[in-house]
Design a protein around this ligand. Structure first.
Ligand SMILES: Cc1cc2nc3c(=O)[nH]c(=O)nc-3n(C[C@H](O)[C@H](O)[C@H](O)COP(=O)(O)OP(=O)(O)OC[C@H]3O[C@@H](n4cnc5c(N)ncnc54)[C@H](O)[C@@H]3O)c2cc1C
Length: 603
């Protein structure tokens, strides 16, 4: 078949923060770059990021530095992180943030004109550079404005459905454009995946329609390894009412600015259970917690700012014990700070403008006057493509990954703010090393039969037309199953049921039919997403079954404690020779003494 064909030295799949930063870096290295995204440029998930970018700039608290950030990230990830990535991230994030500023990002300011930083869960000092609660928008705007002048070729509204290989090497990608439904073939010497996460595998999620695990699955199908897939982050505070907005994020910045969590009895239940490894850093009374949020360096953080995995479980505990709010969540109250802050209502609107509008418009609630109702929502996946820490190359030659679709830096749990810094630190690295790799390649041959096969499979749902089941029924059934059986609290028998349930869902997915034509046909796109959603769901479930302990985002009520035997390994999945998914463990390399000492010093 004939396809519209494009040729680039480096092809970047995904135009969020990671993809844009990678494209800028590769282009600056002098290679030709193509950038593909599923939606319009500027609509990537990064744009939704609210609270801020974590970087040890030490503008607000001069005790902060890369060592504290590194130790916080490792403690948050419960020490199964890729320590080299955590080290690079902590060291390089400040430069990447200053670079954004130099490229035109307008951050909120301290009184003396430096980038303002706010408190966030698990970060010892105020560390999140931010723009109100619209930080992602500023990040994307800045990278786009900068990137647009670099001569990057952008292919918008184009969804990649397969990576193309020459022997063991990735040499291109194949996809369809949403507008006309035509297929496109991309030849490239190196390919960078920057496709984001998998939230749409669950029923309640803060993630947009684009988060269907495409990059994870493209990599897996091309023979790459995925790591840490059992670690899914359920953010403690999503909207729960009205039902049409269930899952939409309520940023952690609300708690960073002094918001408190209460049950229906009006009690701040977060004080009831403080994990041992955070006890020394956590306030033991409300007054101290408040002083911390207002910048008192002698105070310790309130328990609402403990890590997300812990806060989510405390909320679930309150709901299960019958102490929840009317619509099945708990209360999050920022309005109370009016008693402490002059012009409190205006202060809240200034610090949290999006939250104010979100609740006013979607739930008819004025957050300056009354509490919000919130509950956990699927937010982020710590797991993803297994990459080399320095170069971001996957286990397949020529294939790189960065951002949420790559894994390692976060271990068992991500700290808020660490994703925006991750995507610019490792986006840059992926771009740099992919460009280097591309320059070293001589010839690229693509056997177009791979593309023909992908095109044929992609068109199958039309052949079944309306005689097949609709793709949305299968998608809803999968989301429902993952939410119920592989969610916040897991156990062997439920996860086994989920695994057994995946095979029939896959059969149903193979029989779905779609009507109409190829132009802007969301039903067709949903049908093609199913393979990705099923693949990541299987990877999550299989890895979660193997990790017979509780750690970070992965909590099992049949193994409710941490087990040291699992503290030295990561679980990896890959496609076996028989086409079935294999899971195996790998030992985490020994950390150098210097980094061990950093962690010890910060205890
Ligand atoms: C509501 C919300 C608030 C958040 N707030 C914060 C915060 O304050 N701080 C923080 O650190 N993190 C935050 N996060 C997390 C953070 O925003 C994301 O993890 C991060 O932006 C991911 O960036 P990325 O570049 O990896 O992916 P994305 O920004 O999601 O970009 C993915 C790109 O890949 C493209 N794509 C996907 N599949 C395909 C395909 N098959 N073919 C072609 N293109 C494809 C998409 O179109 C998109 O362009 C938040 C997340 C949410 C949902």
């Amino acid at each position: 078949m004939d396809y519209q064909t494009h040729e680039h030295d480096v092809l970047v799949i995904g135009a969020g923060g990671a993809g844009l930063r990678a494209a800028i870096e590769a282009s600056a290295a002098g290679v030709s770059v193509g950038l593909v995204c599923k939606s319009l440029l500027g609509k990537a998930h990064t744009v939704m990021a609210e609270g801020g970018i974590a970087a040890a700039l030490a503008n607000v608290d001069d005790r902060d530095n890369w060592k504290v950030h590194f130790a916080d990230t490792m403690r948050g990830g419960q020490y199964v992180n890729n320590w080299r990535m955590a080290e690079l991230h902590a060291k390089e994030a400040p430069d990447r943030v200053r670079e954004l500023e130099a490229w035109g990002a307008v951050f909120d300011r301290t009184k003396d004109g430096r980038i303002l930083q706010r408190n966030f869960g698990g970060h010892r000092y105020p560390r999140l550079a931010h723009v109100g609660d619209r930080t992602g928008l500023e990040l994307i705007r800045t990278l786009q404005d900068h990137g647009i002048h670099q001569g990057i070729d952008v292919h918008m509204e184009c969804t990649i459905i397969r990576l193309l290989k020459d022997g063991d090497r990735v040499v291109g990608a194949f996809g369809y454009e949403r507008e006309r439904g035509r297929f496109k073939l991309f030849k490239a010497s190196a390919v960078i995946l920057a496709t984001g996460g998998i939230g749409r595998a669950y029923k309640i999620t803060s993630n947009s329609w684009e988060y269907t695990g495409d990059g994870h699955t493209l990599a897996y199908d091309a023979g790459a390894e995925l790591v840490d897939m059992e670690f899914v982050q359920f953010h403690p505070t999503g909207m729960i009412w009205p039902p049409s907005v269930q899952g939409i994020l309520v940023t952690e910045a609300v708690r960073g600015e002094g918001g408190v969590l209460k049950n229906k009895e009006g009690r701040r239940f977060m004080f009831d259970e403080i994990p041992d490894n955070y006890r020394a850093q956590t306030a033991d009374n409300e007054e101290e917690g408040w002083r911390y949020t207002q910048g008192d360096k002698a105070a310790r953080r309130p328990p609402e700012l403990l890590t997300r995995d812990h806060v989510s479980r405390c909320i679930v505990r309150e709901i299960k014990a019958g102490r929840g709010s009317p619509h099945g969540g708990v209360f999050l109250d920022i309005s109370w700070i009016k008693a402490r802050v002059p012009n409190g209502a205006d202060h809240i609107k200034k610090k949290l403008p999006s939250m104010y509008h979100q609740f006013k418009q979607l739930a008819d609630i004025d957050i300056t006057q009354e509490p919000m109702e919130v509950g956990p929502t699927t937010h982020y996946i710590m797991g993803g493509v297994r990459v080399d820490a320095d170069t971001q190359m996957s286990t397949v030659s020529g294939l790189f990954a960065a951002g949420e679709c790559a894994a390692g830096i976060n271990g068992a749990n991500r700290l808020g703010g660490n994703s925006l810094s991750d995507i610019i630190v490792f986006g840059k690295r992926a771009g740099e090393y992919a460009a280097k790799y591309a320059k070293a390649q001589t010839s690229t041959a693509i056997d177009s039969r791979q593309a023909d096969e992908a095109a044929r499979r992609a068109l199958e749902p039309f052949e079944r037309s309306t005689s097949g089941e609709g793709p949305y029924q299968v998608q809803y059934a999968l989301q429902e199953m993952m939410q119920d059986l592989v969610g916040i609290v897991r156990n062997e028998s439920e996860m086994q049921r989920a695994l057994d349930g995946l095979a029939p869902l896959r059969e149903r997915a193979n029989r779905v039919g779609v009507g109409g034509h190829r132009e802007y046909n969301p039903g067709w796109h949903a049908a093609l997403d199913l393979h990705n959603l099923l693949t990541v769901s299987e990877a999550i479930t299989r890895s979660a079954l193997e990790r017979r302990e509780s750690r970070g985002g992965h909590f099992r009520d049949d193994y409710p404690t941490k087990d040291a035997r699992f503290g030295t390994i990561n679980f990896v999945v890959r496609k076996g020779r028989d086409g079935q998914m294999e899971v195996f463990s790998v030992t985490i390399p020994e950390m150098p003494e210097t980094l061990k000492q950093v962690i010890k010093d910060m205890e």
